[in-house]
Design a protein around this ligand. Structure first.
Ligand code: FDA
Length: 303
């Protein structure tokens, strides 16, 4: 992550900045670019439009770092409602879940029970569950839980972050487990001991891991990047792959590229966040792209 990105994360983590963003019109307008809305109804409407445009969807109920069991169970129930709507509206969609939202930082067994429950319901409605990867405090537990629950259920996927030094080892092991692996670069500020910090090194690591993933027959690759070079490399590697793979991109990011890939016949899934807890998600999107932060700063200052 660049110095600029670290600065954006440090600035946006301050309470007054959060208030400025969440309570002013420019902040809310910026959030609308990346978030479907605050309610499940709004998310379903956007998902349905994306499906009409030939795009698959992953619904992400925003929220992380839940600190009490009741809130963790509440998030699980909202995800169950989400799966019901996927079924009743015949959406081409799955769900993306953060384990800290299901109580990982309070009680690991609570998160395991809930992710199993969601996998069972997803199976009934013929879809899958992807576990998002959070910051490095949770990597070990997230990989461990994925391995356990995926071995039992079989309809899960896991996000792996190319910047993590441990990912090549995790990837070698996990590609034998079926399911799907979403390869992303990694969106958190991490210490050098656990993660690569230069953009060039992260891009090279992503390319290496992409080659491993695209060669794995048992696991479906989900290539989660907006990086043109890596997309071109994927298209090249796809020529010698018969099994399914898909591109994945974030709602509101490089939408014309998303449409172009669909027109070219590639399966593409849009990661579609919704809910009232959008602030931490928005700060990660600002940190990735300086222009987003400048846009907000100028609008907030009325220029
Ligand atoms: P890179 O940052 O190099 O961007 C390439 C180009 O894409 C930029 O030049 C720009 O044009 C465009 N772009 C990228 N981000 C943008 C933005 N925010 N606004 C506007 N344009 C932008 N991370 C994580 O740690 N855990 C996870 O579980 C996930 N899950 C996930 C799912 C999906 C579907 C995607 C696409 C990404 C994630 N991520 C994630 C985020 C990921 O780790 C990474 O931070 C972002 O995707 C940005 O990296 P790129 O690969 O797009 O490359």
């Amino acid at each position: 992550m660049s110095i600029f990105s670290r600065l954006v994360v440090a600035t946006t983590s301050a309470g007054p900045v959060e208030k400025l963003v969440t309570r002013t019109r420019p902040g809310v307008a910026l959030a609308h670019r990346f978030v479907a809305g605050e309610t499940l109804d709004e998310a379903v409407a956007v998902a349905s439009e994306l499906n009409d445009g030939g795009m698959r969807v992953s619904l992400d109920l925003l929220g992380e770092e839940v600190h009490d069991a009741a809130s963790a169970r509440g998030a699980r129930d909202e995800y169950l409602a989400c799966l019901d709507r996927i079924a009743t509206e015949s959406l081409d969609a799955n769900i993306s879940v953060k384990l800290t939202q299901l109580g990982l930082s309070i009680d690991e067994s609570l998160a395991i029970e809930s992710i199993g429950h969601l996998a069972d319901r997803a199976e009934e409605v013929a879809t899958t569950v992807t576990i998002d990867m959070e910051d490095s405090r949770y990597t070990d537990a997230t990989v461990r839980i994925y391995e356990k629950v995926q071995a039992d259920r079989g309809n899960l996927g896991l996000a792996l972050q190319a910047y993590m030094r441990r990912t090549p080892d995790d990837l070698q092991r996990l590609v034998g487990l079926g399911g799907h692996i979403r390869l992303c670069k990694g969106a958190y500020v991490e210490p050098e001991e656990v993660a690569l910090t230069s953009k060039a090194d992260v891009d090279d690591a992503y390319a290496d891991q992409l080659r491993t993933l695209m060669a794995a027959a048992a696991t479906a690759p989900a290539v989660a990047t907006h990086d043109q070079k890596l997309i071109d490399l994927t298209r090249e590697l796809a020529k010698s792959r018969d099994e399914y793979f898909e591109f994945q991109m974030l709602y509101g990011v490089r939408s014309s590229l998303q449409a172009e890939l669909v027109r070219a016949g590639y399966p593409l899934r849009v990661y579609l966040p919704f809910g009232s807890q959008w602030y931490p998600y928005l700060t990660r999107r600002l940190a990735e792209r300086p222009a987003n932060a400048w846009f907000f700063a100028r609008a907030a200052l009325g220029r």
